[in-house]
Design a protein around this ligand. Sequence first.
Ligand code: GLA
Length: 382
Amino acid sequence: MENRTQPGAIKSKVRGFFGAISISISIIWVSSAQEKQNNSISLKQAYHADFLIGTALNAAQIEEKDSRAEQLISQQFNAITSENILKAVIVHPQWDRYNFTLGDKYVDYGERHHMFIVGHTLIWHRQLPGFVHRIRTKDSLNLFMKTHINAVAGRYKGRINGWDVLNEALNEDGTYRNSVFYRILGFDYIPYAFKLAELAAPGAELYYNDYNIEQPAKRAGAITLIKKIQETGARIDGVGIQGHWHVGKVPFKDIEESILQFAALGIKVMVTELDIEVLPRNSSEADVNQRMRSTPDTNPYTKRLPDSVQQQLASDYENLFKLFLKHRDKLSRVTFWGVNDGQSWLNNWPIMGRTNYPLIFDRQYKPKPAYDKIMSLKAQTN
Ligand code: GLA
């Protein structure tokens, strides 16, 4: 057979050649588009089947003053917590005066974005209005609890999906904190708060929320507290491990143990105020009243976070989310305490005016290496 290529055959070979190139170009194009699309999946989408991904909103964000924040919040998160505006000092400043302006906007915001809305918090010994500190009798304090919970939880009945009914009622050793509530009413104030919330906001999930309750002694106290609430017949649906941790010192074992032990009580477990502090601290307590003296060493990263710390932070977040994924059947929500580094409370606590980097979005709203690590965990499992 003659080995001659006919002109028609040449044309078809040429066509075939360019066809092949164009197919491979389109394969490359499709796969890079795919990659881009995968990369642009947001946090809430990546973790959709696992647990809710929340953030705490401050007043400016609720009022939608910053469009970059606004865009990031609706893209990345499907749950919100009110950082401050539903605390008693703001929402109920005097016996007979309430201020629901920001609370209403907050709930409205969550509904517009189809988010799970958390109310924080009904009964807490901090950020209380002055008149509560002046109460001396059981009757008056019971009356405050009743009117406060009825008014605040009642106003958002059917709209706020979960309430931190009680915040930080325990000491580090697991005993009851000697708050104004405990001093005057004893343990009874605790189930009372849950009963009032259940009546005022039927349908809302009801939580106990605290820091360091992953630590063994405080955890044991929290378990006793939850069991005692359950024994009174009051309803408690979940427990929030706040999750204010420190870079390089995240207590993974204690966290895992706590998730298991809290879940064994038959309630939901949540991480509710997640941030990982990178600056020096003099204690592991997250009590908002704590203060620390400012010295030249206490604010070391004013210009930028060194790479070694950035990597450690990313690895801590990665290991945390690995753990959360392992227990996704017990965790219902993971909420970051703030949207980006610039607005974290940790810039002003326990020392005012430091430059902290505890979250997964930087001051320019850009994802940090920690974000990429958290996302890549899902790319591996998908
Ligand atoms: C505690 C409270 C929160 C908040 C933080 C600091 O964890 O539960 O409401 O005040 O402290 O922002």
